[in-house]
Unconditional design. Structure first.
Length: 97
């Protein structure tokens, strides 16, 4: 084990369980923030591990995660905001007034 793999272990052991706990037991908004934070932590791990293993091709996985994680956050936010209604947010607020 070198310093790079130790750094990846610290990231996963420190921030990973905290993000997973909030994602499993928080309000929908807190879950969204936790999932977004977890994707950042995993992306950092995927950038640190290739340095530890001396394999630069593994960094492609971090790049794919960096592209797909915000899209996943937007999809999750759409399901949270939607809550069974296909009407835009502005129309739902107008109809409740």
């Amino acid at each position: 084990m070198n310093a790079w793999t130790a750094a990846a272990l610290v990231l996963l052991a420190g921030a990973g369980p905290a993000c997973l706990w909030v994602a499993a037991s928080g309000s929908p908004v807190r879950r969204l923030v936790a999932l977004s934070s977890l994707s950042t932590v995993v992306g950092a791990v995927f950038l640190v591990l290739p340095q530890g293993y001396d394999r630069s091709s593994y960094q492609d996985l971090a790049l794919v995660l960096a592209v797909l994680a915000p899209a996943g956050t937007l999809v999750f936010a759409r399901f949270v905001v939607g809550e069974g209604s296909d009407a835009p947010v502005e129309e739902r607020h107008r109809s409740s007034d």
